[in-house]
Design a protein around this ligand. Structure first.
Ligand code: URA
Length: 198
């Protein structure tokens, strides 16, 4: 049985990791409930990596990250921010959808961790943008708060990290809510920061 901790570091490139992770059976429950594993996408010219939480229903169906409602909002905001999609790689903390979109458990995050850690090495982004609490916690530690991190000087493995809200939070609080305004502003800052760092 494929063990992520042994297997992920051995992957030579993003594409082989994407193939290999599809055979992951580290989380017994998720293996039973998933339709597709969702490794992530990385255009050749991408140098910014967005990190989400976990696939939702549409992502589980299609095998592609951020294609549902949150993804559509994200697409629009990235375009507004001037971050073209071909410069942006996208991956999630969990590669499999938790049943009924429940929060990933600590154990699931820990078991899945080597995959994203290796993806970050392979994608070699100038900037990592975490979307929502689960991704910010993955980079930092459990219990962090987005509102306090947005302007903080965060790094992961020597790389700059910008922490912002998840597009689902922006949808939940509505078009006039604070998360929407913050996400819009933060993605614009991410575009500027990436231009500065590359
Ligand atoms: N939410 C996420 O965090 N990731 C996806 O891929 C889709 C929705």
């Amino acid at each position: 049985v494929l063990d992520p901790a042994g297997c992920a570091p051995a992957q030579p490139d993003w594409r082989s990791l994407a193939v290999t992770v599809r055979g992951c059976v580290a989380c017994a429950e998720l293996v039973e409930t998933r339709t597709n594993v969702v490794p992530g996408v990385r255009p050749d010219s991408a140098d910014v990596l967005l990190v989400g939480e976990a696939p939702g229903a549409q992502e589980d169906e299609s095998g592609v990250p951020f294609v549902g409602k949150a993804g559509q909002l994200l697409d629009g905001l990235l375009e507004e921010a001037g971050l073209p999609r071909d410069r942006v790689a996208v991956a999630n903390v969990l590669k499999c959808r938790p049943p009924k979109n429940r929060k990933p458990t600590r154990g699931e995050v820990a078991r899945c961790r080597p995959w994203l850690a290796r993806q970050i090495e392979l994608a070699d982004p100038v900037l990592i943008v975490t979307l929502g609490g689960t991704a910010a916690e993955w980079v930092l530690k459990p219990g962090v708060r987005i509102g306090e991190l947005r302007f903080a000087d965060v790094h992961y493995a020597g790389r700059r990290v910008l922490c912002t809200y998840h597009p689902s939070a922006a949808i939940r609080f509505g078009p006039k809510g604070q998360p929407m305004a913050a996400l819009r502003e933060d993605l614009a800052r991410a575009a500027a920061l990436a231009a500065e760092l590359r």
